[in-house]
Design a protein around this ligand. Structure first.
Ligand code: ADP
Ligand code: MG
Length: 716
């Protein structure tokens, strides 16, 4: 592959350099043909003209019209990449990776990442580092770009972090904030920053693209920027509701899939579920039921898609369905607008998604299954009518639709913890947050809570200015409490252990593997890491260190019921955190024999998450009292230490603390004297027991005095 910039005209010439020329050429030609059939294609020149004319352009087009994959290529073909890269942000990392893979194929250049391409052709499946990545992607902890990258797909959060190191984004000629309608926290913050930046960079083009028609709002925000509409091709969609509410929507979805499969004409099915667990359950039940039906029914190909799915499996959703078979895609919200899967004719919409919610009063964050908005329901239904008339089966009643669903989803900025973005904004020198130009301002209480937390973590001083600790914390692409834990580990000389723990926590809850038929074995293996009731953080550290001692062996993972994939990811994250330690001038030091030092460093970041045991086995959080419980999967679930610090709260049947470690209450006052006073951590008695205790003492004393009198009457 040549190093030079590739444009549309010389693709054939480029391909003459590739092996197995005839095959590749035809594959590429087919892709080029396909590009021309997309709804956006007839508007290519008009769009380029508008970009040329205006600095900011709002682009609206239905999902699947070609905005994400085509616009950056059109701009590249028109020469914009001669002045700098084209960056395109996505709210979801799977979308960034998937779209970059697609575009690299269409352009006939090679993208990275092993095996994540939607064709079986080996050509595309080599490793990231081996290429001049003209099309690349960047997501947290995974940078698949190089200095040769000209089209860069990235998560909105990554662009936000990039502004920290490159405030003017000089290396970009065009920025496209895609999927703007999703209104993620990072997208909203980017709006404010980019609106300011374009004043200084008159050469920078800014495109805001959205799948829904609320574009007026974006246009107004960017000083009446023109709106470019790409007319969609939508076929009619028949919408069906259930007559009565469904008690179990997963079961209802499965029954509906099977009914469609047996009674309806060919066409693939898309089912919206809320997360990995539900998708795995549905996948298992569907496989079981179809196996039971044997050859009585046509083949049903089940394709799950969610953020943590291994990349090589993600590509499966795009593979064409073989003749006579039917594909059923079990997806999270990602398939609502971020990814377009061709061939979908039936949509099953249970009407729920997982949303983050945040209580600014207590500072508690939780991920809850919540009814979707009417706008989301419309988008979901629309997925069935892209290539022909479709059908959408809503697993809720028409009454539910009208009564229980909001018109639009509340922007994330209004329902989330803002500590992370406040730290980024402060690092960018934006001190006056109340007057920051938010497209929709966050609740003031949430803003104050974020400032309060950053102050407690010593990232800000009393005047709200960034401290040295805060500056160091901002270097880490982690939540402020995790970053603080790392920065604080310097003092206790255990940075080596703490970055391992931070990496393991960042992987999520997919370290331990618990197959249904071997649960006892898996639990025993897991408990080995907990020996001595060291707590979940140290157990994670032991898992990682044992794996490292075994030369990162896959066999070791199998034997210990540990997920290899998660461990590899933890190793990648750990390597990056180690690099960042160097950047903030913290030495990598190990203090493995002093578990208290490690626990103290954890407490230094997570002291706002401390809780104290109650008589009934539940806990009260110390600062904003709330009843919580240790999650049953914790190594301390049976131990119930008096004082604990936890990583996060999850709400299932109860409010559970996940990843728990014991702490000594005096550490709280020592580490955060500005946050905890002695009275918070004293083992005070409730008034009634105090009264009883005083009575008992007086009584005992009286008895003693009586005895004394009896023994020594004369003396008295
Ligand atoms: P929009 O951004 O307007 O929603 P896209 O540019 O994402 O549209 O999609 C345009 C077309 O490209 C769709 O037909 C979609 O199926 C196809 N496409 C996008 N990503 C992939 C992929 N990874 N593999 C196969 N096809 C893809
Ligand atoms: Mg798109």
């Amino acid at each position: 592959i040549r190093d030079s910039v590739i444009d549309g005209e010389n693709l054939d010439e480029l391909h003459s350099e590739l092996p197995d020329k005839s095959k590749e050429k035809s594959a590429l030609e087919m892709l080029q043909e396909e590009r021309k059939t997309l709804p956006i294609y007839p508007y290519r020149d008009e769009l380029l003209q508008a970009v040329n004319e205006y600095q900011v352009l709002v682009i609206v087009g239905e999902t699947g019209s070609g905005k994400t994959t085509q616009i950056p290529q059109y701009l590249h073909e028109a020469g914009y990449t001669k002045q700098g890269k084209i960056g395109c942000t996505q709210p979801r990392r799977v979308a960034a990776m998937s779209v970059a893979a697609r575009v690299s194929q269409e352009m006939g250049v090679k993208l990275g990442h092993e095996a994540f391409i939607n064709s079986s052709e080996k050509l595309w499946t080599l490793k990231c580092s081996e290429f001049h990545l003209q099309v690349g992607y960047s997501i947290r902890f995974e940078d698949c770009t190089s200095e040769k990258t000209i089209l860069k797909y990235m998560t909105d959060g990554m662009l936000l972090r990039e502004i920290l190191s490159e405030p003017n984004l000089e290396s970009y000629s065009v920025l496209m904030v895609d999927e703007a309608h999703e209104r993620t926290l990072s997208t909203d913050i980017l709006f404010g920053l980019l609106k300011d930046l374009i004043k200084f960079r008159s050469d920078l083009k800014l495109l805001i693209s959205s799948a829904t028609l609320d574009a007026e709002k974006f246009s107004d925000y960017f000083g009446s920027a023109p709106i470019f509409k790409i007319p969609g091709r939508r076929y009619p969609v028949e919408i069906h509701y259930t007559k009565a509410p469904e008690a179990d929507y997963i079961d209802a979805a499965i029954v509906t899939v099977l009914q469609i499969h047996v009674t309806q004409s060919p066409g693939d099915i898309l089912v919206f579920l809320t997360g990995q667990e539900e998708i795995e359950t549905a996948d298992e039940i569907l496989k079981h039921r179809t196996r039971g039906l044997g050859s009585k029914i046509a083949e049903l190909i089940i394709c799950p898609i969610y953020a943590n799915l291994p990349t090589e499996l993600q590509a499966k959703i795009f593979e064409p369905t073989p003749e006579g078979a039917r594909k059923v895609v079990l997806a999270t919200n990602i398939a609502e607008t971020s990814l377009t899967i061709d061939g979908i004719k039936y949509v099953i919409d249970p009407g729920f998604s997982k949303v983050k919610s945040y209580n600014p009063r207590t500072g508690m964050e939780s991920l809850l299954v919540h009814p979707i908005s009417k706008a989301s329901a419309m988008q979901r239904a629309g997925r069935s009518g892209r290539t022909g008339p479709g059908k959408c089966f809503r697993l809720y009643t028409l009454h539910n639709y009208h009564k229980d669903m909001d018109d639009n989803t509340v922007p994330e900025i209004q329902r989330t913890n803002l500590a992370n973005v406040v730290l980024i904004l402060k690092s960018l020198g934006i001190d006056d947050l109340v007057n920051f130009d938010f497209i929709d301002p966050p609740p003031e209480e949430a803003l104050l809570k974020a400032l309060e937390l950053l102050f407690a973590l010593s990232a800000l001083n009393k005047l709200g200015e960034l401290t040295k600790v805060g500056r160091r914390m901002a270097e880490f692409p982690l939540d402020p409490m995790l970053s603080k834990m790392i920065v604080a580990s310097d003092k206790d000389k255990c940075s080596d252990e703490i970055i391992t723990i931070a990496a393991m926590l960042s992987v999520g809850n997919s370290i331990f593997y618990r197959p249904k038929d071997k649960q006892v074995h898996a639990d025993n293996a897991r408990m080995n890491f907990h020996l001595g009731n060291v707590g979940d953080h140290i157990a994670l550290l032991r898992v990682y260190n044992s794996w490292r001692e075994c030369n990162y062996s896959t066999q070791w993972c199998y034997e210990n019921y540990i997920q290899v994939r998660s461990m590899k990811r933890a190793r990648d994250i750990r390597d990056q955190l180690e690099g960042l330690l160097e950047r903030v001038e913290i030495e990598v030091t190990s203090n493995l024999n002093d578990l208290d030092a490690i626990k103290k460093a954890i407490t230094s970041g997570f002291f706002p998450h401390s809780a104290k045991l109650q008589k009934n086995g539940s806990y009260w959080t110390v600062k904003h009292p709330q009843r919580v419980h240790i999650h049953p999967s914790s190594g301390l679930a049976q131990v119930l230490p008096r004082w604990v610090v936890y990583h996060e709260l999850v709400l299932t049947t109860k409010e559970y603390m996940r990843q728990v470690t014991e702490l000594k209450p005096e550490w709280l006052v020592e580490i955060a004297p500005h946050y905890y006073q002695l009275k918070d951590v004293e083992d005070r008695m409730p008034p009634f027991s105090l009264f009883v205790s005083i009575c008992v003492r007086v009584f005992v004393c009286a008895v003693n005095i009586g005895e004394f009198y009896q023994q020594y009457p004369r003396k008295c």
